[in-house]
Design a protein around this ligand. Structure first.
Ligand code: SAM
Length: 879
């Protein structure tokens, strides 16, 4: 299930942050490579839209051919057109698509004022299924133009409930190159604010049969806890039971691996393997970056930009990417992406991954994928600028700068002095990006996706027509190669000694999207495939590489014994013993919890669980004794967030099952979690997919290394009727309703369109006031408490309610005299509008007519009407 089908969730908090794109001002720093951020310049100064340092830098790097330079710059200075995606796993996806294609595309036509765009809104040609749309209006235009008012409302509302997601067009690209299947385990390493996580969830849900949960999952990680909250808020709209949100430094993302005995005895299949190793079929490595690809959205970058930003982030980017590779299965795909155009953050990082991986990783040629997406090949040569000096080779780097300017930043594929290239230099010149290290305030980072509101933009300039550019893609590629191989004077011999260093890696397989190619922001993407384990011997490497090239990535990831032994050299005995202890401890807890039928704490019994942990060391994360203790962050003790606990209280589960008549084939056992180990005080219960459960179980066995911020889908909430009238102490959650609906047989009623609409509109209706009197009667016969009202689309009279993923339903409350909806005002409004669109103007007319219906009016204002205040919702529990 999943897919923005919820109604009435508490997600209206607005995470109004500081503008994501505003760099923190550092008065101590003056920039050598760009204009100074002079203290005397008051902040009210209008945004500059030029920066000589920026222009010089990118001209020198040759990221665009000379004859395109002006066009490139001119587009960079224009505001970015907005874009959004339709959530294809959402219940109303066909309605939304049809509304865009048949209504808005036509009705907005007259409003186009861009000489270079024919359509007011258009699907992005490279995004499958017309699911992504480009708008030719600025935010200001949308707000001010009366004719656009309806469209503006539509965008806001549908975004809010999860039917669409505003997202910059180029940011939608990386997940598409991940080639995701519904059974994939995916790690999104730097995930907040979550646009791509949302997209990944959509993909795994969309290709899963309606009513079923995908076998895969997404682990979305971010170092910044506040940004994790933003991510949780975003992804809640997806209503997915297949998501875990974690809070780690991506470069130190923990290993969760039980490998010792297991590898020797392993005879099982993929499932068993997964239960013992947390490895991923797909990794998205959308790293923190200097963000100059977002200039159109964040024009303040013009003023702030300097070459040191990219230099300062390079090392972290390499570290994160290498951790991603380590966590990737053999055969798996990783996408490395940035919203920076800077080769030091882009090609240099990719080259370093290839260099460090020593043949275990391949840069994939994806030129035949998404052919309509216009992109440029990656550079083969570039330079590094430091303190105003152009450097073409590491040997040009002054000794005193060698801790900052690293060998891996250069296009040479040779390590310095024959030593392995290292990224161990200290970080400097990153004052504006301090947060990028993950240790400071990361809100300073360039965040490209969270800005859902499009900036006001001028018209698309120049003679750039998409079809022309598409036809010229080959030409562009040739030009780019020319640019890459042409030595500019500075590149040739800036100090009279250095030569241009050309990378021998096939970096042309990387992709750089430039603003003037398709009226977008800029982005960099590289697709990598893991061919063998990082420390594997060459024989097995060759053998596996061949296999993998033939059969890509969904296969079981066998680790050959030699490689495994190489990876776990230290402290084998300790680890052996520790794993055995962990396993028996886990078993014990399981047994006990069964006996007691109480909440099964997945953490508290794991005393001294440090002993059972495998710590990070390359691929499998095995380390020696010395690191085993003390280094671990036990999730349950982390920053006051309560541990995740499996909810197994049979009495409560049975009472819920019996009250709602939940079919036995809907498994609750092993799918419910909370944060409270006292079953009597659990406030919210979350539903998790089997895939998430398996990861939790593994996490428990390794001593809870994963710091879990959030997981699963809220399905039940404790309710406290004032009069204690309801026999069931848990109400259904709107988020979980679509998942549960096909399995509920009690406390469920089918309403006609008119009564359904009345409920949404007036929120509380007395039994006697329903248009369909029999509905009112049936409602009065329900047990007091939570109930579900399903829309009878065909207006057939039936007692046999068959609900599936497409069924429209809302959570309600049956009181003594009436039925009330447990849906927020905003969700009710949105649903009413969806109904009006789906069922034609009748729906709308009906509502307008009924607004003057005195009976309903009286009801609406009646003091007698029992309100939903008949019960109290408990406070938030910290998920
Ligand atoms: C470019 S943004 C990611 C955008 C995100 N992928 C999306 O599509 O919405 C980079 C993110 O990396 C996070 N970050 C910075 N340093 C990190 C680190 N060391 N480990 C993990 N995340 C980090 C930042 O908090 C930020 O949310």
């Amino acid at each position: 299930m999943g897919g923005g089908q919820k109604r009435g969730r508490t997600q209206r908090r607005h995470f109004k942050q500081n503008r994501e794109n505003v760099w923190k001002h550092n008065p101590k720093k003056t920039h050598l490579d760009g204009p100074s951020t002079d203290d005397s310049n008051p902040s009210w100064e209008p945004f500059a839209n030029q920066n000589p340092g920026f222009e010089e830098y990118y001209k020198e790097q040759g990221i665009v051919p000379e004859d395109e330079w002006e066009e490139f710059l001119s587009l960079l200075r224009k505001p970015l057109p907005a874009a959004f995606r339709i959530n294809a796993s959402g219940q109303f996806f066909p309605d939304i698509l049809s509304q865009l294609e048949n209504d808005f595309m036509k009705s907005l036509e007259a409003e186009v004022n861009d000489e270079h765009e024919i359509e007011a809104i258009r699907p992005l040609p490279w995004y499958p299924g017309n699911l992504a749309w480009h708008l030719n209006f600025s935010r200001m235009q949308i707000r001010k133009n009366q004719a656009l008012e309806r469209f503006h409302e539509f965008l806001k509302q549908e975004n809010e409930v999860g039917n669409i997601t505003r997202q910059e067009a180029v940011s939608m690209v990386p997940p598409l190159f991940l080639d995701v299947l519904p059974n994939h385990h995916i790690l999104d390493m730097c995930a907040a604010p979550g646009s791509k996580t949302f997209q990944l969830l959509e993909i795994i849900h969309q290709s899963t049969q309606p009513g079923l949960l995908p076998d895969g999952l997404v682990i979305a990680n971010d170092v910044d806890v506040q940004r994790c909250n933003l991510l949780i808020h975003q992804t809640k709209r997806m209503c997915s039971a297949n998501l875990i949100v974690t809070n780690h430094e991506a470069q130190h993302f923990p290993s969760c691996t039980l490998t010792m005995d297991y590898m020797e005895t392993f005879r099982g299949g993929q499932e068993e393997l997964r239960a013992n190793i947390l490895q991923f079929d797909r990794v998205l490595c959308d790293v923190p970056c200097s963000g100059d690809g977002t200039l159109r959205k964040a024009p303040d970058i013009w003023r702030k930009w300097n070459a040191g930003m990219g230099n300062g982030l390079h090392r972290l980017q390499v570290e994160i990417a290498m951790r991603g590779i380590a966590l990737l299965k053999v055969g798996g795909r990783m996408v490395y992406s940035t919203c920076s155009m800077n080769p030091v953050e882009d090609e240099a990082v990719v080259a370093e991954i290839l260099r460090r991986s020593g043949g275990s990783v391949e840069l994939v040629d994806v030129s035949s994928e998404l052919p309509e997406l216009i992109r440029r090949p990656g550079l083969k040569t570039w330079k590094v600028k430091d303190k105003g000096l152009w450097l073409t080779s590491y040997k040009d780097v002054p000794i005193y700068r060698r801790s900052v300017i690293l060998p891996s930043m250069f296009s040479s594929n040779q390590s310095c002095g024959g030593r392995p290239v290292s990224c161990d230099g200290a970080q400097e010149d990153v004052e504006v990006l301090g947060g990028a290290t993950g240790k400071e305030n990361v809100t300073n980072l360039r965040m490209r996706d969270q800005d859902y509101e499009s900036k006001e933009h001028e018209t698309h300039s120049g003679n750039l027509q998409n079809n022309k550019v598409q036809a010229d893609t080959g030409e562009i590629a040739n030009k780019m190669q020319e640019v890459s191989s042409n030595k500019s004077p500075a590149a040739e011999e800036p100090d009279g000694n250095s030569k241009v260093e050309v990378s021998s890696f096939p970096l042309e397989r990387c992709m750089r999207i430039l603003p003037h190619d398709q009226n977008s922001g800029a982005f960099f993407i590289a697709v990598l495939q893991k061919l063998s384990h990082l420390h594997g011997n060459s024989a097995s490497h060759t053998k596996q590489s061949n296999n993998i090239r033939n059969k890509v990535s969904t296969t079981v990831d066998f680790i050959c014994k030699d490689e495994h032994e190489a990876e776990i050299k230290p402290s084998e005995d300790l680890h052996h013993q520790a794993v055995a202890e962990a396993a028996s401890s886990a078993k014990l807890i399981g047994d006990q919890s069964k006996k007691n039928s109480k909440t099964n704490s997945m953490h508290s019994e794991v005393r001294n669980s440090e002993e059972v942990i495998a710590c990070d060391d390359g691929e499998t994360g095995q380390v020696g004794k010395k690191d085993v203790k003390g280094k671990l962050q036990i999730q349950g003790r982390w920053r006051g967030v309560d541990p995740v606990v499996l909810f197994t209280d049979e009495t409560t589960i049975n009472s819920i099952r019996s009250f709602y008549g939940i079919n036995e084939c809907f498994a609750l056992d092993r799918h419910l979690v909370t944060r409270n180990s006292d079953a009597n005080h659990v406030k919210r219960i979350y539903y998790i997919s089997k895939s998430v459960h398996d990861v939790l179980q593994l996490n428990f066995r390794v001593g809870q290394r994963l710091k879990i911020t959030s997981l699963g889908l809220k399905i039940f909430e404790r309710q406290k009727p004032k009069d204690g009238s309801s026999p069931c102490s848990f109400r259904l959650s709107s988020e979980g309703l679509p998942l549960l609906l096909p399995y509920i047989s009690k406390q469920i009623l089918c309403a006609s369109l008119v009564d359904f609409q009345h409920l949404l509109q007036y929120r509380t209706i007395k039994f006697a006031d329903f248009v369909d009197a029999s509905f009112g009667e049936k409602a009065s016969n329900l047990m007091s408490g939570c109930c579900v009202v399903v829309l009878n689309e065909g207006n057939q009279i039936t007692d046999n309610i068959v609900a599936d993923a497409s069924t429209i339903a809302i959570v309600c409350w049956k009181g003594k005299t009436n039925v009330s909806v447990l849906v927020s005002q905003l969700d009710a409004k949105e649903l009413l509008e969806r109904l009006a669109v789906r069922f034609g103007s009748d729906g709308g007319t009906l509502l307008e007519e009924n607004e003057t219906n005195s009976e309903i009016d009286t009801l609406k204002n009646s003091e007698d009407a029992e309100s939903t205040d008949g019960f109290e919702m408990v406070d938030q529990e910290g998920f």
